[in-house]
Design a protein. Structure first.
Length: 381
């Protein structure tokens, strides 16, 4: 994950079967996961990092599908790539929204464009929370910002579109105001099978504060043990969502949990692969000692969750941490090799070439072990 660059596509591997297209801001983790599941991914994202290009049989810049450069992407430009694939997975929040995907709706895997649109609708999420019997923060879509509330852009990801609202100011166009909820944010990874879902694990999410971006996603810790009451509420949310939007594959729920575990507050539902899921996959691989992917068939996940039902609280937690540039920097792959500045194992999202990183921009991601005794609680409340 770094500043976009002009790297060419990776070499095409024409002999690989089961091709799928991935679209998102950064597709690296999903591409590696799909490789494990036996697919040959074609990546379309903003960065084209070194390991993204290594995991993809082809890579294309998302910006190349826009004309002019800052317009909404044109799905007709993706159709020539789609014609010899099984379809397309959306694996990240798209700032341009999801309406532009309608012409290729029948090729989208997992969830429908309608499901993605509803995932950005506070009205739709409030109804899901009501059906599931969990809390959802109050929302105001017109008028001025109440004291102590946040503003959220409808189409954004990674916390980039979340701001601390200025009381009394008009709610910005394309945004809504939402009551702020205090507490630690968690991300739940589930595998959906049309009408029901199975909880694979939960991670605690990290954030990085910048002056104009106070809630930027900065990594995760997990999987963490959870109380049965929390798991039950998460599965109720998932099932309420699936009753409206039947889908298969990865499903993410972001939430805040109170200190005793009696109530969770729903924040987001993402009907797609999310950034913390690779920690869940890695933990299960270590436990089961075989390849595991969130893109494996749901029936396969049901079997392995049953086999590990007594081991889930013993899964080894991992740490994912995105490193940002404080003042701006120039980074190259050599910085991660030998005796470079970022030498050592565990680095991902490495720039594919010499790249200028602006102040506050992501440099790379480190993934490695996390000591359980560093957690304030052994079990998520």
């Amino acid at each position: 994950m770094q500043t976009p660059q002009d790297n060419p596509c990776a070499p095409i591997c024409a002999d690989l079967a089961r091709r799928v297209v991935l679209i998102g801001p950064s597709v690296r983790a999903a591409a590696q996961s799909l490789q494990i599941a036996g697919y040959s991914p074609i990546g379309i994202d903003q960065f084209g990092d070194l390991d993204t290009q290594q995991a993809c049989s082809q890579w294309h810049r998302l910006q190349d599908f826009r004309d002019p450069p800052h317009s909404t992407p044109d799905s007709t430009r993706i159709e020539p790539i789609l014609c010899q694939t099984d379809g397309v997975w959306i694996v990240g929040g798209l700032a341009s929204g999801y309406d532009w995907l309608e012409p290729i709706a029948d090729r989208i895997l997992g969830a429908s464009p309608t499901a993605f649109r509803d995932s950005t609708s506070p009205e739709a999420l409030a109804e899901i929370a009501r059906v599931a019997g969990v809390h959802f923060p109050a929302v105001v879509e017109r008028g001025t910002i109440p004291v102590g509330w946040l503003t959220k852009r409808r189409n954004s990801s990674g916390g980039i579109g979340v701001q601390i609202g200025i009381p009394g100011q008009p709610i910005p166009v394309g945004c809504f105001a939402q009551q702020r909820v205090t507490g630690q944010v968690f991300g739940a990874s589930l595998v959906a099978n049309f009408s029901h879902a199975h909880l694979a694990g939960v991670c605690r999410l990290r954030k990085k504060r910048f002056p104009q971006r106070p809630f930027v996603f900065a990594g995760a810790i997990g999987p963490l043990p959870i109380q049965p009451a929390v798991a039950d509420q998460l599965e109720r949310i998932a099932n309420a969502w699936l009753s409206q939007h039947p889908m298969t594959g990865p499903l993410n729920i972001d939430f805040v949990c109170d200190h005793i575990g009696s109530r969770i507050t729903l924040l987001e539902i993402n009907p797609r692969y999310s950034a913390s899921m690779e920690l869940i996959e890695r933990a299960y691989r270590e436990t089961l000692e075989r390849p595991i992917s969130m893109f494996d068939p749901p029936s396969q996940w049901e079997k392995q969750l049953w086999r590990t039902r007594n081991q889930r609280d013993c899964l080894t937690p991992l740490s994912k941490q995105i490193h940002f540039s404080r003042t701006g920097d120039i980074v190259s792959p050599d910085d991660f090799a030998g005796k470079g500045r970022f030498s050592g194992t565990g680095w991902h999202d490495i720039p594919a070439s010499r790249t200028v990183i602006p102040a506050g921009g992501p440099i790379a991601t480190w993934i490695g072990p996390f000591r359980r005794d560093r957690l304030r609680t052994k079990t998520l409340p």
